[in-house]
Design a binder for this molecule. Structure first.
Ligand code: BGC
Length: 820
């Protein structure tokens, strides 16, 4: 242990006190030993340091910081160096704001296009997500502070995120859902990991020994800190045993006492606590050093420009019929759409950043590159169809050569805590598009949203620029792409299906009650569409256009990697993302057709040729064998493919690889759908054959009394009449608020009340409610109203007295006592 001396001077209570927060954002300090508090703050694409009232849903304002493009956007750059540079800038701002741990990046896989936080995550591909995250982490940590990769793991839906049990087979877990984390840990060397809210195969991730000990610590040799997601601690002692150093936010000492008691009763050895304290102290002391340097002013303008640069590399040109883009300067342009006036640039929830500057497309029209003839709103992002607005927009469009139409999803639709209900763009926007098409067919759409949407309207547009959520400088970046000042080079980091029904998890997303079954196994994103050959997609993974063209040639294959030449065959400079896919030719083990195993982004002047090398690594040929319980390589021929997109393979060759000769893991006869690849229709029996055990009953047992981990939503069948009344009241308020147009408040009810497990009220209220009071609430819920009320009041009284005696009951500015 590195800090043995200090630890030996600490009382057991002091050690335990470090194991949960001091308030909403800070860790506990111990003055007499010179142990300071450290500050943790969101987030993944900008600092959200709350100086006043604190919350984990982005409700209260934070100190201004640069809002970089969100991870879904950055991923389209396929540029690890750029992600690192962005990380450096994030790190500098974190140091400036005295933030020790930056709560990002988020690297969960995009299992379904509807998952509410897709905008905050990188990709449907673990290799791409892992590499970009590693770059970003290195950048952040180069400034002396810590990143915190999240949410470990299989946190792929927002509905019931604090209680859902994710059922996934071991191979899929390793190959798809953990690989990005493995890269972030091993290559990014992240100093902190945030455990996810959900359960994994029956255990909360934070307590899951397989995940947290066997994989994270023993296999990956991770020696950093694990912090719970906010309010995500279930059984504190079980968490500690699994190596969870820090529970956030504060539980006002309640859970620290549980640790002390567990040691006193011999349930755990003191050494378990000491090891956790040692790792936490390392995080505290090493990140504090970042603040000992001479303070450097953050140049806000330079950081804004960096945000623009990241956006410029990440925005994707998806359609360019008849080379409508870049716009010629003499073309008269009508600017239409609510999103042109008020840009859509980030998602809602804990990642929300209070930007230092904010560019809106309309503000940039004065600039000479664009010959704008005017603006019309056309639609209201939260409203219904407006004939008046449409008519005005059409009148303007008639006078223009080209219509620049800004559409997308609104802020309330893409929010943490809620999954989207459909993949559609709101109808009033499409009605506008239809009307515009009747008067002017030269339409270029600028799309703003952080996840895949359906585009049945695509035939009506000639140009499509996908801005994703491109941060505070995104509007300028879009403008530079439209006018040709920048040649687009983004490529999709996720597949765009034609319709939601085509997606691999369609029948199994989201898990509604107890569990969610990942029946599609490893067939996520393009891994599914490639094999399910009757399913066409709108835009494949890896797709994106440029104003120039590239030719691929002279592929040379060796046992170490691939070398090839790439030539810019067009008239302007540009950047191409060269993608390496590998496909095992043996059919002994079911697999996707091909998987991304490398990539590189190359800048080329017109006519220029460059030699490119992509090396194989430890992930190129491996698969996880559930029989040997380790990574193996199958002896087989492997197709090595170089592509400009996952469906656009330009060069290919085959190599034989000598494998590890492990026994075959599967009985083919019991897994026909997995071998056929049509994995969105897997029966429960076949899934159980893959898992090797039965699935839990996915439905609530409505006969059982409600418990700590049941949610308020389950009050619908509670024994207590009062609880059922409260449930109906919540549902009614939600509906009413929605009808009144107060969609964000309605959403808040779903996030912080409806889907909250009862234990959450003790974990998230900074000591205002404790577990004995939750016991009383459960008595009420389970039909013992008066007994429950008495219990709550009694426990509350005890708590107030205890806190008075300790002299500790305070409401600190950083959020202790915050009720959410
Ligand atoms: C989110 C985390 C975030 C934390 C603190 C949670 O609700 O899931 O991503 O870092 O809040 O704001």
């Amino acid at each position: 242990m590195k800090y043995r001396d200090i630890i030996s001077e600490m009382t057991r209570e002091e050690k335990a006190s470090l194991m949960s927060g001091k308030d909403f954002w800070q860790t506990m300090d111990i003055e007499r030993l010179g142990i300071p508090s450290i500050f943790l703050a969101d987030g993944p694409h900008g600092i959200r340091k709350q100086a006043e009232a604190a919350d984990h849903l982005g409700l209260n304002e934070s100190i201004p910081a640069t809002c970089f493009p969100t991870a879904a956007t950055v991923a389209n750059s396929w540029n690890e160096k750029l992600a690192m540079q962005m990380g450096v800038h994030l790190g500098k701002e974190a140091v400036d704001q005295k933030v020790n741990v930056l709560l990002g990046p988020g690297i969960n896989m995009k299992r379904s296009p509807l998952a509410g936080r897709n905008f905050e995550y990188f990709s449907e591909d673990p290799y791409l997500a892992g590499k970009l995250a590693a770059g970003m982490i290195k950048g952040i940590q180069s400034q002396g502070i810590s990143a915190c990769v999240k949410h470990f793991a299989v946190n792929n839906q927002e509905e019931r995120r604090m209680s859902i049990d994710t059922i996934v087979d071991e191979r899929t877990l390793r190959e798809i859902y953990l690989t990005a984390f493995e890269i972030a840990v091993k290559e990014g060397e992240t100093k902190a990991v945030m455990s996810a809210y959900n359960m994994l195969n029956g255990e909360y991730t934070n307590e899951n020994l397989h995940l947290m000990k066997e994989i994270l610590r023993d296999e990956w040799h991770y020696d950093g800190v694990v912090v719970t997601d906010w309010g995500g601690s279930n059984d504190r002692v079980a968490g500690l045993i699994a190596g969870n150093e820090l529970e956030m936010p504060t539980a006002a000492g309640e859970t620290n006492q549980e640790i002390v008691t567990a040691i006193e009763r011999g349930k755990i050895k003191e050494d378990v606590l000491d090891q956790c304290v040692d790792r936490l102290l390392d995080l505290i002391f090493t990140t504090e050093e970042a603040f000992n340097q001479e303070p450097k002013m953050v140049d806000k303008t330079a950081h804004h420009q960096m945000a623009q640069l990241v956006a410029e590399e990440s925005i994707i040109l998806l359609k360019n019929e008849a080379n409508i883009l870049p716009l010629q300067q003499d073309k008269k342009v009508a600017i239409i759409g609510d999103f042109a006036k008020e840009t859509r640039y980030q998602g809602a929830g804990s990642s929300i950043v209070n930007p230092t500057f904010l560019d809106h497309p309309l503000d940039l029209l004065e600039e000479p590159e664009l010959n704008s003839i005017g603006y019309e709103q056309g639609f209201d992002r939260y409203g219904k169809r407006s004939a008046r607005k449409i008519n005005k927009a059409c009148a303007l469009a008639k006078q223009a050569d080209v219509v620049l139409l800004y559409i997308g999803l609104d802020e309330v639709t893409e929010a943490e805590g809620l999954d989207r209900q459909s993949m559609e763009i709101p109808a009033n926007q499409i009605e506008l598009l239809d009307a515009l098409y009747e008067v002017n067919s030269n339409i270029v759409v600028v799309l703003s949203c952080g996840a895949a949407v359906e585009m049945p309207w695509i035939t009506k547009v000639k140009g499509l620029v996908h801005a994703y959520l491109s941060g505070q400088a995104g509007a300028k970046a879009v403008q530079r792409i439209i006018t040709g000042a920048v040649n687009p080079s983004g490529k999709l980091a996720e597949t765009y299906p034609l319709q939601y029904e085509d997606t691999p998890a369609y029948h199994q997303f989201p898990g509604k009650e107890v569990s969610v079954e990942y029946r599609e196994g490893p067939y996520i994103g393009y891994r599914y569409y490639d094999r399910a050959d009757d399913v066409d997609v709108l835009f494949p993974f890896g797709y994106g256009l440029s104003y120039t063209t590239f030719a691929y040639s002279d592929m040379q294959l060796s046992k170490d990697g691939v070398t090839l030449n790439i030539t810019n065959t067009g008239k302007v400079a540009g950047k191409e993302v060269v993608q390496l896919y590998v496909g095992c030719q043996s059919r002994a083990i079911f697999r996707p057709e091909k998987e991304l195993k490398g990539f590189t982004k190359v800048a080329l002047n017109a006519g220029e040729t460059k030699k490119v090398t992509i090396r194989f690594d430890d992930k190129t040929f491996r698969y996880f064998n559930v029989k040997t319980n380790q990574w193996e390589i199958e002896s087989a021929d492997y197709k090595i493919m170089i592509g400009a997109a996952s469906d656009d393979i330009r060069l290919e060759d085959t190599i034989f690889v000598e494998g590890t000769e492990a026994p075959l893991p599967y009985n083919k006869d019991t897994l026909p759908t997995y071998y056929s690849g049509k994995a969105n229709q897997v029966s429960v029996e076949e899934f159980e054959a893959l898992l090797g055990h039965k699935v839990p009953n996915p439905k609530w047992d409505r006969t059982k009394p409600l418990d700590y981990n049941d949610t308020i939503a389950q009050c619908q069948y509670a024994k207590g009449r009062f609880a059922r009344f409260v449930f109906r009241l919540i549902k009614f308020s939600h509906k009413l608020l929605w009808k009144l147009g107060k969609r964000d408040t309605a959403n808040l009810i779903m996030m912080s009340v409806y889907h909250m497990p009862f234990r959450g009220y003790a974990r998230m209220t900074g000591g205002v409610i404790n577990m004995p009071m939750v016991d009383g609430v459960l008595m009420i819920v389970n039909g013992h109203f008066f007994k429950g009320v008495r219990h709550v009041l009694r426990e509350r009284k005890k708590l107030v007295k205890l806190n008075k005696d300790k002299g500790e009951f305070s409401t600190s500015k950083t959020g202790e006592g915050e009720v959410l």
